[in-house]
Design a protein around this ligand. Structure first.
Ligand SMILES: C[S@@+](CC[C@H](N)C(=O)[O-])C[C@H]1O[C@@H](n2cnc3c(N)ncnc32)[C@H](O)[C@@H]1O
Length: 237
């Protein structure tokens, strides 16, 4: 248990699925779309400043706005976004198609718990707004370590800053039945799986193959993990 919280939130967390259910996918996409020129642009610029070419994996890509924003800025980065929600993957492919980037950004069904990629195969792994929802965070982070090349970095950004003033206005205008249900589901899950504190993140990271990382608080939390040349023994605590 990484969070010190109530039995009720633990129970809700046990019961809710990690992935965004299909009835909530369209609302999430609509909200996320309002952050394309703010949050996703900002994160994409940070990524491109860090790497201008190579292979980048996005875990829990959702509607795909981050990979699309990166692909617009860095033609030499090959990007794959994976998600366990087929509905969101379909939306992500539509979003890439709409901006003419479907040949440069690929979306595949996949789970961070068991990445279907070989060892040492990615230059960078990123994930936005998904870390707090992972039921097995150590397992996913260890998978990031396994698939990263030596010297590669995993960046976990949490939570996704996708609630913009435009998104709030959209919700104030009133939602239909499905979107109201989706909104309620979102509120419930964000209460049950709030972002981790710095201390909780540090405890989690210590139990992974990375052992240590950098936790940056800059409006959201960024965890930067670097795979050094030598993969040492894992320490469990
Ligand atoms: C809040 S959304 C964030 C989506 C996107 N990264 C963004 O910033 O808009 C979290 C996403 O992670 C996905 N997800 C959660 N756990 C996952 C796992 N273990 N493996 C793959 N995807 C996962 C969910 O289906 C959802 O699409």
């Amino acid at each position: 248990m990484w969070r010190r919280d109530t039995l009720a939130s633990r129970l809700v967390r046990f019961l809710i699925p990690e992935k965004i259910p299909c009835f909530a996918a369209r609302l999430y996409d609509a909200i996320a779309q309002t952050a394309v020129d703010t949050y996703y642009k900002e994160v994409a610029e940070l990524v491109v400043a860090h790497m201008s070419r190579g292979k980048l994996l996005d875990i829990g890509t959702g509607p795909g706005y981050l990979p699309i924003s990166i692909a617009k800025r860095a033609p030499e980065i090959t990007i794959v976004g994976i998600d366990s929600s087929r509905t969101l993957l379909r939306i992500a492919r539509e979003n890439a198609e709409r901006v003419g980037l479907s040949d440069r950004v690929k979306f595949m069904e996949g789970n961070g718990n068991r990445l279907e990629f070989g060892d040492n195969s990615w230059d960078m792994v990123i994930s936005t707004g998904s870390f707090h929802a992972w039921k097995r965070p150590i397992r996913v982070i260890d998978e990031c370590f396994r698939v990263l090349k030596a010297g590669g970095e995993a960046w976990l950004l949490d939570p996704a800053q996708v609630i913009t003033p435009e998104a709030l206005k959209m919700m104030e205008r009133g939602l239909g039945i499905i979107d109201t249900l989706a909104y309620r589901w979102g509120s419930l899950t964000s209460k049950a799986t709030p972002p981790y504190s710095r201390e909780e993140i540090e405890r989690i990271v210590r139990c992974t193959a990375f052992r240590e990382g950098q936790v940056i608080e800059n409006g959201w939390i960024t965890v930067k993990l670097r795979k050094t040349g030598f993969a040492g023994e894992k320490r469990r605590s």
